[in-house]
Ligand binder design. Structure first.
Ligand code: SF4
Ligand code: ZN
Ligand code: ZN
Length: 310
């Protein structure tokens, strides 16, 4: 199988555009796709300094590599990696993120949750029942990651935070928001949320890439990524079932997922309802929160530290 653009051997077939690509042309195709997303949705408008959240997994590594290729020298890039304290998993993933920062000579900050805040995600997982924390471990971990990233971005005067959420993540958020009826969930499906009251703008440049595309991109540019799954990743969840169903429709109707996302975004844009939630200041740490008293992170941390002391 030859590349549709040159004589090299093809490594990927893209059914939506009916083309096959060699390594070089595949990297070009993906980078163009991300650039078009950034331009169409004005993701980097007014951004002079950008925090890039890098866990070391395939999506965040692809995000770092693509943004570096497209914007190095035009925008100040700052990589941020959080060691969540999930034993070996966190250490190995963080090492890969560091390797990329060094290779690309990008400034970076690594936060060790245990050193900085006195607890780890493993600790939460082990003590969830005793602590009467009823949310899933991934939801609690999400609160922690969002908080830490926002704090660093604020302190560093960054204009936005880029995360490696891909098309599957966004489509699931859309469906999750319909199930929960929550405005906060709906906001998580947007490609860009505005900065307001201490909450730094968040952007998702990989919104139109599938899992397979970020994987193939890393392979095409020969970029190392951490491929093991988190030991706490929830199996057999509603999320998995929803994504499997969407994938099976996509298989029969190439382009279905992309048009679902595009049309959803048009709908939200026309109603603007997802971006108007009130943002309060946490009475403990002063960081932005959707709760009128103390933020979800401070509440979680207080519960954890109380337990650790006893
Ligand atoms: Fe955190 Fe869940 Fe991701 Fe593991 S799978 S890093 S617990 S969000
Ligand atoms: Zn080619
Ligand atoms: Zn707080």
């Amino acid at each position: 199988m030859k590349c549709s653009y040159c004589n090299m051997q093809a490594i990927a077939w893209e059914p939506a555009v009916r083309r096959q690509y060699c390594n070089n042309h595949y990297a070009w195709f993906i980078e163009r796709k991300v650039e078009k997303t950034i331009e169409k949705y004005k993701l980097l408008q007014g951004v002079r300094k950008l925090v890039i959240a890098v866990s070391g997994g395939k999506d965040s590594v692809a995000l770092l590599r693509i943004l570096h290729k497209l914007y190095d020298g035009k925008i100040k890039l700052l990589g941020v990696t959080i060691d969540l304290g999930i034993d070996q998993y966190s250490r190995e993933a963080s090492m890969i993120a560091l390797k990329h920062y060094k290779e690309l000579s990008i400034d970076y900050i690594c936060v060790d949750l245990k050193e900085e805040y006195g607890f780890t995600i493993s600790y939460i997982k082990m003590n969830k029942r005793v602590l009467r924390l009823h949310r899933s471990i991934c939801s609690l971990c999400g609160t922690v990651k969002r908080y830490v990233l926002n704090k660093i971005a604020s302190e560093e005067n960054a204009d936005a935070i880029a995360t490696g959420h891909n098309m599957n993540d966004l489509l699931y958020q859309i469906i999750a928001s319909m199930i929960s009826g929550s405005r906060e969930d709906l906001g998580k499906a947007l490609l860009k949320t505005p900065s307001r009251n201490g909450l730094v703008s968040r952007i998702k440049p990989l919104a139109f890439l599938s899992d397979k595309q970020t994987l193939l991109y890393n392979m095409a540019i020969n970029s190392a990524f951490f491929w093991k799954s988190c030991p706490y990743a929830e199996q057999g969840t509603l999320k998995r079932d929803v994504l499997d169903a969407l994938d099976s429709i996509e298989h029969k109707h190439p382009g279905f997922k992309e048009s679902l996302l595009v049309n959803f975004l048009k709908l939200v844009e026309s109603t603007k309802q997802a971006t108007t939630g009130i943002v309060y200041k946490c009475k403990r740490c002063g960081m932005p929160t959707n709760k009128p008293d103390i933020c979800a992170f401070c509440k979680l941390r207080e519960t954890l530290l109380e337990r650790i002391k006893t």
